[in-house]
Design a protein around this ligand. Structure first.
Ligand code: UD1
Length: 322
């Protein structure tokens, strides 16, 4: 049995990854500074260390105390708009965090890494679905830090034999259980729920895009599916000398209007979305090419948009009534 450290393991995505790694038969240790995560999301029996991933001494201690075999690195800032306003903070937290982690891993002979990357590395894609070989042209400091993180992993792989996989997440949604929902209200689905709670109309940011219904198309992926991609990547890093970046999406686009319609169907009333102006910087469409991850990791998504919306709504409602 191998033991994996999950940085950011108390967060929305991390808490799903922790459960999936446990289910795959691995032991897990969580490191999280609780800046946005919750200690209550760490399952009983999983060792939890509250520390910043940039705290090299604390991370080295954890790697050695728990004889860690591999790291899933998720601890990072992830709000695109905020990164435009606070680029230095994003570089500091995301790039310094990764650098410091890689140093601690090298010092402790930990040679496997699954790195949390993003579709934001592609910026506005030239074509869809986007293959992993597409040019990386991020359009925000957030996306830039994710590219730098991939470069760091690749450079360290070449220099020291680190076995690494970067997972480029598309639009993550849903919840694996009611207690693990996304409470950050950064993305479309939670933003719609928040508007409905306030008695306001959810907004569609632009309906004059060159897409079939005029609204932006995204590739929504269930967080439970995303978590299983991490377990597949961990297994791959264990069995191979990996140096790979994979898209994690369904390979299927949904428009903002389709998401609104799905929400209306799931909650049983028309959400009465209103069209608002375009939001700066939104690409009209972004969907993942999924052949590589299927071919190499044997992974594909299982859950559809309705499952994402239904689980997100269930978790949101449970949270609200608490
Ligand atoms: C972006 C990033 C992604 C990042 C995510 C989370 C890119 C290419 N993608 O995704 O990497 O992980 O943010 O911060 O940079 N929308 C509305 N009304 C709303 C909210 C959103 O119409 O109230 C629309 C947006 O215009 C967009 C779609 O819904 O077309 C999804 O938006 P969002 O959930 O914010 O994610 P992205 O911007 O696609």
């Amino acid at each position: 049995m191998t033991t994996w450290l999950v940085t950011g393991g108390a967060g929305y995505i991390g808490s799903h990854v922790v459960r999936e790694l446990l289910a795959s038969g691995r032991a897990v240790v969580v490191l999280d500074d609780l800046s946005s995560g919750h200690a209550s999301r760490v399952p009983a029996g999983v060792a939890f260390v509250q520390a910043d991933v940039a705290d090299g001494q604390a991370v080295t201690q954890v790697l050695q105390d728990h004889a860690i075999d591999g790291v899933v690195h998720l601890a990072a800032k992830k709000a695109v708009g905020e990164s435009v306003e606070q680029p230095l903070r994003y570089y500091r937290e995301n790039v310094d965090g990764m650098l410091s982690l890689l140093e601690a891993m090298a010092a402790s002979n930990v040679t496997r890494l699954v790195y949390s990357s993003s579709a934001a590395v592609y910026g506005s894609p030239e074509r869809n679905p986007i293959p992993e070989t597409a040019t990386l042209q991020p359009e925000s400091p957030y996306g830039e830090t994710k590219v730098v993180g991939e470069w760091l992993a690749a450079a360290q792989g070449a220099a020291s034999g680190l076995s690494w996989v970067a997972l480029r997440y598309f639009n993550v949604a849903g919840a694996g259980s009611d207690d693990l929902g996304d409470d950050s209200v950064n993305n479309l689905i939670p933003m719609v729920f928040a508007a409905l709670d306030k008695g306001e109309s959810p907004q569609i940011f632009g309906d004059d895009y060159p897409t079939p219904d005029g609204t932006c198309i995204r590739d929504y992926i269930h967080v439970a599916d995303l978590a299983s991609a991490h377990a597949a990547a961990a297994a791959y890093c264990e069995a191979h000398q990996a140096a790979d970046a994979f898209n994690v999406g369904r390979g299927e686009g949904s428009s903002v209007r389709e998401v609104m319609n799905t929400i209306s169907a799931v909650i049983g009333r028309d959400v009465q979305a209103q069209v608002a102006p375009r939001r700066m910087g939104d690409p009209p469409a972004s969907t993942a090419a999924t052949e590589q991850i299927l071919l190499t990791l044997g992974w594909k998504s299982q859950l559809d948009l309705e499952a994402m919306v239904a689980s997100a709504w269930s978790s949101w409602s449970a949270h609200r009534s608490r």
